[in-house]
Design a protein around this ligand. Sequence first.
Ligand SMILES: N[C@@H](CCC(=O)N[C@@H](CS)C(=O)NCC(=O)O)C(=O)O
Length: 213
Amino acid sequence: MKLYGYFRSSAAFRVRIALNLKGLAYEQGAVHLRKNEQQKADYLALQPQGLVPVLDDEGETFIQSMAIIEYLDETHPEPPLLPDHPAGRARVRGLAQAVACDIHPIDNLRVLRYLAKPLGHDEKAIEVWFNHWIKLGFDGIERILAHDGQAGRFCHGDAPGLADICLVPQVFNAKRYPSFDMTPYPAIRRIFDACMALDAFERARPERQPDAE
Ligand SMILES: N[C@@H](CCC(=O)N[C@@H](CS)C(=O)NCC(=O)O)C(=O)O
């Protein structure tokens, strides 16, 4: 398998964690987002949206991190990334989407670039924007994790899964600006630490990727 991504991409980070949890070997194809390699014709032929990641599995290519992770879960069921019970699966997908649909897209590189140009916002305003959407998202996720009684060591019980896979890269993003305060999120911090104690998460972190700068 080959994963096209970028060391700082949190969507690619999700897929790296999933591949590691499944114990699957993969090579990486680096797409340098800051240099706009995602807009080059050869990459657009692979991913017409101009986004990472893409997973190539024996010549078949797949886009969108959540779809890729569910593909991996269906083709390599052990260990499962979603609970057995439909209600558990819905809870885990809900938490995962709270990150992947409600936080991450608004803080994506192309959005931040658009805020700068043509909208004319400076670096400070962009930092305020970036942190604002993470705070709003984390406030809700923290309430769920701390109060619905279904989190264990991880977001759902005591095994890592899709919700943790989405949460951890988003916490890395939250640390991008030192001005973001993680203090109000003890449940998120506890689960983050539990995840990062696992080799599958640790090996997926941005600094450990071959294209890291
Ligand atoms: N919903 C997509 C999001 C993919 C995405 O936004 N990727 C970012 C990096 S995390 C990207 O490629 N950004 C390029 C850009 O903004 O130009 C997924 O989950 O795969």
